[in-house]
Design a protein around this ligand. Structure first.
Ligand SMILES: C[S@@+](CC[C@H](N)C(=O)[O-])C[C@H]1O[C@@H](n2cnc3c(N)ncnc32)[C@H](O)[C@@H]1O
Length: 324
């Protein structure tokens, strides 16, 4: 099964059936706390085919715009609907009509339990996300990327729709080593989120290659082994940063506070603890925002290291408090 269309057709048929008739054995067991799912109809919970709990780890804030890719019967969207509140907006994207049907049928019960409606489901592919450019604060996905025939395209699409400083929190299955063709060609294992899994290294480096930064593995749990290959569920967070200031060196320096002796970012910048390293305008801006906010002091061109380390009243540690 080589062609993108063939794979999509198979996955759509597979999850169409899993929407009509719930299956308990489809992916690795995972669950959400009762307080997160109390407002969600049982038929959605029975069709939860995720491998992690991205909505518990995403730090969702009220009013955020959230997109869940491969939303299935809608469980993660409905959890996000509660966390974002009435001022937030949640969009689920899925290609399978039977899944969208269950999700849409459940919307009114969720909104009457919450007292507001802020969820929408759209039919579409992960590789061509039907969402405007730069319109989303958070993208989540739960056990879906492994099913995509073009994972790099999915990651590029995520970058396109995220706002600057937006984040992704994705749960998926990864393998301990590259998967042999015999497993790749096994349709049953494709449907079960095994045959299309990337290795952890591939997964993280694809994210870096399309431009994500601040990449962090938030959780990793062993699931099972097949032909001596271990399969785990991981949840990863990463950020988008748009270079708008221009890579210009105007004399700004970044001072890393610690606790590590030295750190390296995705672009290869090395920051030894407590040493002022010259940075360009883009990097200075990037280090001032999440997830690095508070870890660095950015020295402007007119400030010297001595001024900062010797109790300059203008020197702050990024949290707004004095350095000394
Ligand atoms: C393993 S299920 C997970 C569903 C949901 N995230 C959950 O946790 O219950 C995978 C879902 O992704 C959808 N899907 C798979 N590949 C897709 C693609 N390329 N584009 C859009 N949807 C896709 C399937 O239709 C299915 O609903």
């Amino acid at each position: 099964m080589q062609k993108t269309e063939d794979k999509r057709e198979f996955v759509e048929g597979y999850y169409g059936k899993a929407a009509q008739q719930p299956r308990e054995d489809l992916c690795c067991p995972t669950s959400y706390p009762t307080e997160d799912i109390g407002h969600i109809p049982q038929k959605v919970i029975d069709r939860f085919y995720g491998c992690g709990s991205p909505m518990s780890l995403a730090g969702i804030k009220e009013g955020e715009a959230v997109v869940d890719l491969g939303s299935g019967a809608g469980i993660d969207c409905f959890i996000a609907a509660k966390k974002t509140g009435s001022s937030g907006k949640v969009i689920g994207v899925d290609m399978t009509d039977d899944m969208l049907k269950v999700a849409n049928e459940s919307k009114s019960e969720v909104s009457s339990n919450l007292g507001y409606e802020n969820v929408e489901f759209r039919k579409g592919f992960l590789e061509e996300i039907p969402i405007d450019n730069k319109s989303v604060d958070l993208i989540t996905s739960n056990c879906v990327i492994n099913l995509s025939p073009d994972k790099r395209k999915v990651f590029r699409e995520m970058i396109r729709v995220l706002k600057d400083h937006g984040r992704i929190v994705i749960s998926d299955i990864i393998s301990s080593q590259k998967i042999p063709q015999s497993i790749r060609d096994n349709e049953q294992l494709l449907g079960e989120c095994i045959a299309g899994a990337l290795t952890e290294e591939q997964f993280l480096s694809y994210l870096e290659q399309v431009g994500f930064y601040g990449i962090e593995v938030l959780s990793k749990t062993y699931w099972k082994s097949i032909e001596n290959i271990d399969f785990c569920s991981i949840t990863v967070r990463a950020y988008k940063f748009e270079k708008t200031a221009g890579c210009v060196f105007i004399g700004q320096h970044a001072l890393y506070h610690g606790p590590f002796k030295v750190i390296i970012d995705e672009e290869g910048h090395v920051f030894p603890r407590n040493q002022a390293i010259e940075v360009c305008t883009d990097t200075a801006q990037k280090l001032s925002e999440v997830p690095y906010k508070g870890m660095f002091t950015i020295l402007e061109p007119d400030q010297t290291t001595n001024e900062v380390s010797c109790c300059s009243p203008s020197a702050t540690n990024g949290n707004g408090s004095s350095c000394c």
